[in-house]
Ligand binder design. Structure first.
Ligand code: 5GP
Ligand code: ZN
Length: 119
């Protein structure tokens, strides 16, 4: 389980600490957010836990309120980005079949165009 708060070789922990630069557009005591480096939609923001949790599957039950805080932050950012009315999608990839690349809990906030739904 994830007992450490940060992982020294984790890209999102390094962004949280400022070691890797990113345009931080939101930060509170548990969540921060920045644009995805490789956006697939006109608005593509990563909403990330500050604490290092490897994945949704590895999230301890006691940490589930954190998921609500990530949704709350994403909703606020969606309003700020002007996509709250046009629509947006929140996605958390967990594990290999979902295509999770970065093993640190994060949510994709995507919008700014019509999003297809195919898997
Ligand atoms: P995953 O596939 O794990 O759900 O998504 C990871 C996302 O992180 C990808 O969309 C990828 O483009 C993004 N990403 C990976 N490394 C960096 C980085 O150093 N900076 C930023 N801004 N995004 C990153
Ligand atoms: Zn991390």
């Amino acid at each position: 389980m994830n007992r450490e708060k940060t992982q020294p070789d984790c890209v999102f922990c390094k962004i949280a600490s400022g070691e890797i630069p990113a345009k931080i557009i939101y930060r509170d005591d548990e969540v921060f957010a920045f644009p995805d480096i490789n956006p697939i939609t006109p608005v593509h923001i990563l909403v990330v836990s500050i604490k290092h949790i490897t994945s949704l599957a590895e999230m301890p039950d006691k940490e589930t309120p954190l998921a609500g805080k990530m949704v709350r932050a994403a909703n606020q950012i969606a309003r700020e980005q002007g996509i709250a009315k046009s629509g947006y999608r929140l996605t958390i990839n967990s594990g290999a079949d979902a295509g999770q690349l970065v093993p640190h809990l994060h949510m994709h906030l995507m919008g700014g165009r019509h999003l297809d739904w195919k898997h």
